[in-house]
Ligand binder design. Structure first.
Ligand code: E4P
Length: 225
């Protein structure tokens, strides 16, 4: 499974990239606005920090012609960029155009397997299914993920199912169970994934035993040993 960090904050991208496990970054208009920096400047800095990653940057128009102009501009900035497109009628049309031109796309704001089918048929590279926002209104966001994974596998579409709007580490566990291809999550969720009380307790015990024995990795060996 690929792991993306979902942020417009370059400091967060830098931290996640340092762990050496980051496959890409997703942004959206809200996250970019929150960063307080310019769109192009932020996206290009992210590309630099994750040189082998897939970096999603979203169009903001809602009519086909303007969306196409924005997508052409955004995708010209760096070959790593994946154009993020909302699941609306002109959006699906745009995905078909971009896919025919070999431009990668990430279809966003997807909440149902029917929407995912439209995106897959248009040639979407990634289909972002938002789980947290459905859970927020007492639904089961992961249902559409499981159905969409099965849908792309059954019919042999190339699209990858990306689980978005992740709120806690259990969403990641459930996404793995559903066979999703990618999870995008806030940095804070990635940090929580490292945590296990038995890891902390086990490490504490190892270090106490080591120190009590007076051992040192770098001590000089006596001559002849
Ligand atoms: C995905 O690409 C979106 O940017 C993101 O996951 C939305 O998450 P939210 O529902 O927490 O805003």
């Amino acid at each position: 499974m690929k792991i993306f960090v979902d942020t417009g904050d370059v400091a967060e991208v830098k931290q996640a990239a340092e762990w050496g496990i980051l496959d890409g970054v997703t942004t959206n208009p809200t996250l970019i606005a929150k960063s307080g920096k310019g769109f192009k400047e932020t996206v290009l800095k992210i590309c630099e920090l994750v040189p082998d990653g897939e970096i999603s940057a979203e169009v903001v128009a809602t009519d086909y012609d303007t969306m196409l102009k924005e997508a052409t501009e955004i995708s010209s900035w760096n070959p790593q960029i994946v154009v993020k497109v909302p699941l609306i009628e002109p959006g699906v049309r745009l995905v078909r155009t971009l896919s025919d031109r070999g431009v990668k796309t990430n279809v966003t704001l997807v909440f149902s397997v029917n929407q995912a089918l439209l995106a897959a048929k248009a040639g979407a590279t990634f289909i972002s299914i938002f789980v947290g926002r459905v859970d927020d209104i007492s639904g089961d966001g992961m249902e559409a993920v499981a159905e969409s994974v099965q849908m792309v596998e059954t019919y042999g579409y190339d699209s990858q199912i990306l689980v978005a709007s992740i709120r806690h580490p259990l969403h990641v566990v459930q996404a793995i169970g559903a066979g999703a291809h990618i999870c995008t999550m806030p940095l804070k969720i990635m940090q929580m994934m490292f945590k296990h009380p038995l890891t902390d307790a086990g490490l504490k015990r190892f270090l106490e035993d080591w120190n009590n024995a007076g051992l040192n990795i770098f001590e000089k060996q006596p001559a002849g040993v």
